[in-house]
Design a protein around this ligand. Structure first.
Ligand SMILES: [Ca+2]
Length: 322
């Protein structure tokens, strides 16, 4: 009995470690086409998008390399993501596109500098949107099997975007994992949050900046952004601070943090808004910088569940608006 269990465990662990789908890609693709048809995707779209696709080896390699940030410190990440060049370019683009940015900012209640910061960090302001065919990449990952259900569902969502006429299958480019366009929305996020900023009837997050900015702002606005508040700020913790109190979910009133000796980095008192709360995050632990983060920080974390990411978006937004 024991032996059988051990064999079962070994077999399962082999399957988990090498999730290669025994089914051929062709046969899998036929099944995917059938499902698309059942979901109401037109034959024209199915033909245009799924006729000549091949699995991409590189996508599988990249998927197996995850997580890419293994062991990287926040200090290193921050230097890479918020370079001086990126700050300067962000300021320039903020001025250049001020009118479209402000339109989105006012409509969705999200200050423009956050829209620009996300744009900068996601794709270097549209310069690095990922050169993969989204359909091919999603089909590869859905066939390969590690997170097959998730990627298959994203593939169906991607087909629906093409079917609705927002973009052609050929032009639908994105990251190896299917994050699309200048703000790197997954197809499901596209359906939930992408909007038509320039009123041409298409939601084009690949080429149209009004659409990119409005979609980003709509994502944050819909996710609970509070335009009366910032994302957070860097602070200095008092000597002997109890680090058990660290955590974005351990929110206390700003006046309480002030009374506990939390100050601005230069020792000045932190601004206190009655009724407003914040939590302390220390991405590099006790030795690194400390941040007092507000509710909007949690909204950025909905976009990407990484403290490094959310903190960097906030810092870059501040620098762009300076
Ligand atoms: Ca549009």
């Amino acid at each position: 009995m024991k032996k059988t269990t051990l064999v079962t465990v070994l077999t399962l662990s082999i399957i988990a470690a090498s999730p290669v789908n025994a089914e051929s890609f062709e046969s899998w693709l036929n099944g995917a086409k059938k499902e698309a048809r059942v979901k109401g995707i037109s034959d024209d779209t199915i033909t245009a998008a799924l006729s000549d696709i091949q699995p991409i080896k590189r996508v599988i390699e990249l998927d197996r390399k995850q997580p890419e940030r293994g062991g990287m410190t926040f200090a290193k990440y921050k230097n890479r993501v918020i370079s001086n060049a990126r700050i300067n370019q962000g300021r320039k683009l903020y001025k250049k596109h001020r009118a479209i940015l402000e339109k989105a900012a006012v409509k969705y209640g999200v200050p423009a500098q956050y829209i620009v910061a996300l744009w900068g960090i996601e794709t270097s302001y549209g310069n690095n949107t990922g050169g993969f065919s989204v359909i091919d990449a999603l089909a590869t990952l859905a066939h390969e099997g590690r997170r097959a259900d998730f990627f298959r569902s994203e593939l169906m969502n991607a087909l629906k975007i093409i079917d609705e006429g927002h973009i052609s299958a050929k032009k639908m480019k994105g990251s190896w994992a299917g994050a699309m366009g200048q703000n790197q929305f997954m197809p499901s996020s596209f359906h939930s949050f992408a909007v038509d900023g320039n009123g041409d009837g298409k939601r084009d997050i690949w080429e149209s900046l009004p659409d990119v900015f409005a979609s980003t702002a709509n994502y944050l606005g819909t996710s609970g952004w509070n335009e009366e508040q910032r994302w957070g700020r860097e602070v200095k913790l008092p000597r002997g601070f109890n680090h058990d109190l660290v955590g974005r979910d351990k929110k206390k009133s700003l006046s309480l943090w002030r009374d506990m000796g939390v100050t601005m980095p230069n020792g000045q008192p932190i601004p206190v808004v009655p009724g407003m709360k914040g939590g302390i995050v220390t991405p590099d632990g006790k030795e690194g910088p400390s941040y007092l983060v507000y509710d909007n920080f949690d909204v950025i974390m909905k976009w990407n569940r990484s403290t490094y990411f959310a903190t960097s978006v906030g810092i870059l937004a501040d620098k762009i608006a300076q």
